[in-house]
Design a protein around this ligand. Structure first.
Ligand SMILES: *Cc1c(COP(=O)(O)O)cnc(C)c1O
Length: 459
């Protein structure tokens, strides 16, 4: 019989749990550094052996080598990619979730967890104006959410075609600022993308969309989805969602709204109007691990008509049929597995539920408003700095700007320096074919002072 020497874990419990809780309440974490592969190899060595290194040594490696060589993406001056800003309560719930071994794939096995995940999905559906029947699932990220939506959209199109579309290569229409995960989904599904040029800010708008539709000719019948972005990753720009919905109506196809980052701002009444048209989506996504203050990895995926998604995604096998039976009330239990390209899953919506239930929806709206206000102040600061040039007015919380007189090499070496000295993480991006700097603010702890540190460091 295999005997895991788990008693060695008893003492380890305290050494693991106390630092975890300390890190949760650390108001001022180190930014950390990005370490070269050879340096990590020197520090961590090879830790896999027939005898094992023991829990204490594994924990030492974690605390002394692994964590310090990872960046703190929740640091108030981590401004790159889409940062994270999980609430302490969401992180505590994540600890709890991991230690309770809850399985979240089926109603039968995880009813309680699935129930509260669905409450959170309902909250998002209501904010977005989706109908009562809407529902979905939390998947690991926007990449999976977009893929799963496109699979459902193509399924619906093929069903509608009653055989006519079966051997036809489908087409997805989006703006050219669409997130990389959509063309990635198209490649995985062997579909084509038609990209609509954005306006000056990169926004999908009615006129160019109409022009592209007119030029489609016979390819019209191949379009199975229009994808609109509610907050582009590079610039935080919100597409004209109503125009996208009209286009989808015109084509008789699916509308997907990718709000992985930006759609979080529907929480606030002040910014909800920016998303007019989202209520017409057949599917939408928003990532709690981005701007809804939850931990990795989590994306809320919602469908207007979950039955289509279920038909497209349910895995069928003798050993799974038992999950498709009905519960005592005669209604089928909600199996999260059936609504995306996945099967086994942790109920990764639970940390957001815990935090949202604890703090209340008003606190969420206020946290969103705080970050929006800081981003607006930051835009003003950049606009008034003579050494900088703000490249577009922010719709949300992404600031894209130029340092006057700098070449690509200047940006790269500056970004490396400020990261290595532990000041901030602000990496260059491209804007209209030229190198620029980009700062994304999702952390309510980020102040205008933090932005000023960066502005001054660019002098
Ligand atoms: C981040 C992002 C994605 C991908 O989400 P992951 O959670 O990183 O997989 C998709 N779309 C948009 C607009 C994003 O910002």
């Amino acid at each position: 019989m295999v005997h895991w020497p788990e008693q060695a874990i008893d003492g380890l419990g305290q050494s693991v749990v106390s630092p975890a809780v300390n890190r949760l309440s650390d108001p001022d974490p180190e930014l950390g550094i990005s370490v070269d592969a050879t340096d990590i190899a020197d520090m961590a060595g090879n830790s896999i052996s027939p005898e094992g290194i023991g829990g204490d040594e594994a924990f030492r490696l974690f605390a002394e080598v692994i964590e310090p060589s990872c960046l703190a993406v929740d640091h108030p001056r981590f401004f790159s990619f889409i940062p994270a800003a999980p609430t302490r309560s969401s992180l505590l719930a994540d600890l709890l979730l991991s230690s309770t071994r809850i399985y979240g794939g089926s109603w039968m096995e995880g009813a309680g967890a699935v129930y509260v995940e669905n409450q959170v999905l309902r909250w998002i559906a209501d904010l977005c104006g989706l109908p009562e029947a809407a529902g979905g699932v939390f998947v690991p990220g926007g990449t999976n959410g977009n893929l799963s939506s496109m699979i459902a959209a193509r399924y619906a199109w093929r069903q509608r075609g009653a055989g006519r579309h079966d051997a036809v290569r489908g087409v997805i229409i989006s703006s050219d600022s669409v997130h990389a995960s959509v063309p990635q989904a198209a490649r995985a599904m062997d579909c084509e993308m038609v990209c609509v040029p954005g306006d000056d800010a990169g926004r999908l708008c009615r006129e160019t969309l109409q022009r592209v539709l007119r030029a489609l000719g016979n390819d019209r019948d191949r379009v199975f989805a229009v994808v609109a972005t509610a907050g582009t990753t590079n610039a935080g720009v919100i597409d004209d969602l109503d125009a996208a919905a009209d286009a989808a109506d015109d084509l008789g196809c699916w509308l997907h709204v990718d709000g992985a980052y930006g759609l979080a701002a529907v929480c606030s009444e002040q910014s909800r109007g920016l998303f007019a048209g989202v209520e017409r989506a057949d599917s939408l996504i928003v990532d709690p691990h981005k701007w809804l203050f939850g931990p990795f990895d989590s994306c809320a995926l919602l469908y207007r008509d979950p039955a289509i998604a279920r038909a497209a995604h349910t895995q069928r096998a003798d050993y799974l049929e038992v999950l498709q039976s009905t519960d005592d009330q005669g209604t089928p239990g909600w199996n999260p597995s059936d609504y995306a390209h996945h099967l086994s899953r942790r109920p990764r919506g639970l940390p957001l539920w815990f935090s949202l239930a604890s703090h209340g929806t008003t606190a969420y709206a206020e946290a969103i408003e705080t970050t929006l206000a800081v981003a607006r102040e930051g835009a003003e600061l950049i606009r008034s700095a003579s050494h900088l040039e703000l490249l577009l007015e922010p719709d949300l919380t992404v600031l894209v700007f130029r340092r006057r007189g700098w070449t690509h090499a200047n940006y790269v070496s500056w970004a490396r320096e400020v990261m290595e000295e532990g000041t901030a993480v602000v990496l260059p991006t491209q804007w209209k074919g030229e190198t620029a700097l980009r700062m994304c603010i999702v952390n309510p702890d980020t102040t205008i002072g933090d932005i000023k540190v960066v502005v001054d460091r660019l002098l």
